[in-house]
Design a binder for this molecule. Structure first.
Ligand code: DOR
Ligand code: ZN
Length: 450
């Protein structure tokens, strides 16, 4: 039979690439019991099953929720000289396994993503290996020309690590370089993301680590971000806010019209200093895990709809590196394969409304970073879909697809599992198992998103 492309005709003639049936679809803020037809990488129909066309492949979504493809805006895919920690295949396969169709890669690699040459190198490597969609944030470029060129090439924004020596010096001497970058970002409508910590001093164990990376040094850094956003009018995003007081300052600034957004991570919501003291380096991350009361307050902001994004800050290291002394062990927790199970469990338990989960993991990430045609389910939108099933299981890092097979969430019981992950109409996760080949994903460039 001749296949009808790009359109679904009435009657039995029409055949599309794929359909998902028997699911509870998160559609226009409500649950629709039905299915979705996909053709040529786009959603062509959402509706009750009898109204859907025939398809080459049908996915049975019984006991499943069908959500818009989830977007993780804070992922360290590593690769290049750090591919021993993670590479574009293992990192994006971990994303697919965790229900993410789209990820934003961080620039702190070797070499760093802060020049056009380095971005091209990274995109070239990623193109051959990625299995989901990958966009890039650029690091602080050496020159304005580099910044302009990076924008032209299609980065989704910039990421500045404030605790870096060069940046600290710039901030203490009037933020000239940062203001230049923010002005360029503003000109092109891009966002600048900040790792907001301004520390001083050194640490040697858990207690001194918590003293150096104290609450006040994050609050001060967040105040600097807000000031820079006000001063330049650029869009600013604060990564992994871990302090309630800092989050409150951002929320207040936003109410006053400042263009600033922020994300929180599952580990800062569900873990505390006590877990760090119990688990040591496995739970070492920056900013650090905080006091229990602080985590509860952050979670209250999430449930109040006052947080913009939840991001995993997937930061993989080798188990060997994590076994070094506390001082030597690098900070970072792999989060791609635990974020959705942990958060959807909260939905099932009635602690988090489903519409908020979708807003935090799909809609807002798409709007804030400009992932057009993504973040919602609608006819004509990209066929990026996350299907999650009600299943009781325990997090076991030995089963991770990521090279980083450790987790402070080891042994935690969860009630939901990513079941199908559909990226542009291709099924990269089938019944919880990967069904993808390296290079099947796509590199997203902000300039020509389709
Ligand atoms: O814990 C962290 N790990 N925080 C960061 O800011 C960097 C990240 C990494 O790249 O490992
Ligand atoms: Zn990070």
């Amino acid at each position: 039979m001749e296949k009808s492309r790009n359109c679904v005709q009435e009657g039995s003639e029409a055949v599309v690439d794929l359909k998902l049936v028997n699911g509870s679809i998160f559609f226009r803020r409500k649950i629709l019991e039905g299915g979705i037809a996909v053709d040529n990488g786009y959603i062509v129909k959402v509706g009750k099953e009898p109204n859907l066309p025939e398809a080459d492949l049908t996915l049975d979504c019984t006991d499943c929720f069908i959500l818009p493809g989830l977007i993780d805006v804070h992922v360290h895919l590593r690769d290049l000289k750090l591919s021993y920690k993670e590479d574009f295949f293992t990192g994006t396969a971990a994303a697919a396994k965790g229900g993410f169709t789209t990820v934003l890669d961080m620039p702190n690699t070797i070499p760093p993503t802060n020049t056009p040459e380095n971005l091209k190198l990274k995109a070239y490597e990623a193109r051959g290996r990625a299995v989901v969609e990958v966009g890039f944030l650029a690091g602080l470029p050496p020159t304005e020309k580099d910044a302009e060129e990076l924008v032209k090439l299609g980065v989704f924004g910039f990421k500045v690590y404030m605790d870096n020596k060069e940046v600290k010096t710039d901030i203490s001497s009037g933020s000239k370089k940062l203001k230049q970058l923010l002005n360029i970002a503003k000109k092109h409508g891009l966002r600048v993301a900040f790792h907001a910590e301004l520390t001083s001093g050194d640490y040697w164990d858990i207690n001194s680590f918590l003293t150096v990376h104290n609450e006040e040094c994050e609050v001060k850094a967040v105040e600097t971000c807000i000031r820079l956003a006000k001063l330049t009018g650029a869009k600013v995003h604060v990564c992994h806010v871990s302090i309630f007081k800092a989050a409150e300052k951002i929320i207040k600034a936003k109410r006053e019209g400042v263009n600033v957004t922020f994300e929180v991570t599952p580990h800062h919501l569900f873990l505390t200093e006590d877990d760090l003291k119990k688990l040591g380096s496995i739970a070492k991350t920056l900013p650090p895990l905080r006091k229990p009361e602080n985590a509860r307050q952050l979670y209250r902001l999430v449930r109040g709809g006052l947080v913009d994004i939840i991001a995993s800050d997937h930061a993989p290291h080798t188990t060997q590196e994590k076994k070094e002394s506390f001082k030597e062990a690098p900070p970072g927790i792999p989060g791609l394969e635990t974020t959705l199970p942990l958060l959807f469990t909260e939905v099932i338990k009635g602690n988090l409304p489903l519409h908020l989960l979708v807003r935090l993991l799909a809609q807002n990430p798409a709007v804030i970073y400009g992932f057009k045609k993504r973040g919602y389910i609608e006819e004509g939108g990209r066929a990026n879909l996350t299907v999650v099933k009600r299943v009781r299981w325990r997090i076991n890092p030995e089963d991770f697809t990521s090279k980083a097979r450790y987790s402070p969430f080891k042994g935690v019981e969860v009630l939901a599992k990513p079941w199908f992950t559909v990226v542009s109409g291709r099924v990269v996760l089938t019944k919880g198992e990967l069904t993808c080949k390296p290079g099947e994903g796509a590199i997203l460039l902000r300039k020509n998103l389709r």
